[in-house]
Design a protein around this ligand. Structure first.
Ligand code: G1P
Length: 295
C-alpha cells in the first residue's frame, strides 16, 4: 500500500453523558475540561497530529457548544487583542484553524455502531479513523497514527487493544487471536462486553482504523448488547470477511468517561505543567499524609 496521510476521522459525541450528571445536563460530556481544555479538543489534536484534515463529529444535543468551540470567536479575540493578550489570541486562533470540522446529527440514540454509520456519506470510499472521546491516549506517537501505520502495512482494519484486569473485561469489547508480532494481533474472536467467559483480557480501546466496507456491515447489524447497534458486532463481520487486526498501542490511556479516570486524567495532565505542578504537589502530599494518619 502507498504511504499517505489519514484524511478523515469520525468522533461520536452524541451520548447523553449520564455518568457525569448534573454537569452534562446542559454541557456535552465531550466539552468537560481536563485541566483547562475540553476532552474533545485533545482528541481533535491527536487526529491533527496524525495528519488528519477532516474531523466528522456525530452530534446529539448541544451541537452548538461543540461547533462554537472550534469556530472563530471574533468578539473574544478582539477583546483579548485590545488587552494585549496576544498569546491567548494565538491559542484561540489555533483551535479554530486546526481542522475542517463537519457535523452530523445522530437523530436516535441507537448506539456506537449507528453513530459511526451516520458518517457514511461524509467518509465516502476511503479508510477512516474512529476516535472515542472517553478514551484519551497520552502518547508521543499519536494513538490513531499508530493504527494508521498498521493499516497501511497490512491493508486491514485495525483496532486499539490494551490488556485489562480480568475483573474489568465485562466493561469492554474483548478481542482474542494470534500475535503476529509483539504488538499486532490477528483477531479471531471479538465480543462486546462479555458477561462470562471473556475470550481474553485484551480490551478494545476507543481508536479504530476502518475500511469503508464497515458501513455495509453496520447497515446489516441488528441491535446487540444493551439494545444498541454495536460497532463490535460489525467488526466481527469485518473480521470474518476481510480480516481484522488488533494493535497494542504505546502510550497512557485515560478513561475520561469514568469519574475516577476523569479525575486521574486531570491530575496527570496538570502534573505535566510545571506552573501547576508546583502548586499541586504540596497539596497532594498533605492529602496523602492526612489520609495515612486516619489509618
Ligand atoms: C465502547 C465500545 C467497547 C469499547 C469501549 C472502549 O463502549 O462499545 O467495545 O471497549 O467503548 O472505551 P462504551 O464504553 O462506549 O460503552
Amino acid at each position: 500500500m502507498t504511504s499517505s496521510s489519514l484524511r478523515k476521522v469520525v468522533i461520536p459525541a452524541a451520548g447523553l453523558g449520564t455518568r457525569f450528571l448534573p454537569a452534562t445536563k446542559a454541557v456535552p460530556k465531550e466539552m468537560l475540561p481536563i485541566v483547562d481544555t475540553p476532552t474533545l479538543q485533545y482528541i481533535v489534536e491527536e487526529a491533527v497530529s496524525a495528519g488528519v484534515k477532516d474531523v466528522i463529529i456525530i452530534n446529539g444535543r448541544y451541537k452548538a457548544s461543540i461547533e462554537d468551540h472550534f469556530d472563530v470567536s471574533y468578539e473574544l479575540e478582539h477583546t483579548l487583542s485590545e488587552r494585549g493578550k496576544t498569546k491567548d489570541v494565538e491559542a484561540l486562533k489555533k483551535i479554530s484553524s486546526m481542522a475542517n470540522l463537519m457535523s452530523v446529527r445522530q437523530k436516535h440514540p441507537l448506539g456506537l455502531g449507528h453513530a459511526v454509520l451516520c458518517a457514511k456519506h461524509l467518509v465516502g470510499n476511503e479508510p477512516f479513523g474512529v476516535m472515542l472521546g472517553d478514551d484519551m491516549i497520552d502518547a508521543e506517537d499519536p494513538g490513531i497514527l499508530q493504527l494508521w501505520r498498521a493499516y497501511q502495512k497490512h491493508g486491514k482494519g485495525v483496532i486499539a487493544l490494551m490488556e485489562v484486569p480480568p475483573s474489568e473485561t465485562h466493561l469492554y469489547g474483548i478481542a482474542a487471536g494470534e500475535m503476529l508480532d509483539e504488538r499486532t494481533m490477528k483477531i479471531t474472536k471479538i465480543v462486546e462486553k462479555p458477561k462470562t467467559n471473556p475470550p481474553s483480557n485484551f480490551a478494545v480501546i476507543g481508536r479504530y482504523l476502518l475500511p469503508p466496507s464497515i458501513f455495509g456491515h453496520l447497515e446489516k447489524t441488528e441491535r446487540g448488547v444493551g439494545g444498541e447497534i454495536q460497532l463490535t458486532d460489525a467488526l466481527a463481520k469485518l473480521m470474518e470477511t476481510e480480516g481484522l487486526l488488533g494493535y497494542r498501542f504505546t502510550g497512557t490511556r485515560h478513561d475520561a468517561g469514568d469519574k475516577v479516570g476523569y479525575l486521574k486524567a486531570n491530575l496527570a495532565f496538570a502534573l505535566k505543567r510545571p506552573e501547576l505542578k508546583s502548586g499541586l504537589m504540596p497539596y497532594l502530599r498533605e492529602v496523602v499524609a492526612k489520609e495515612d494518619g486516619k489509618k
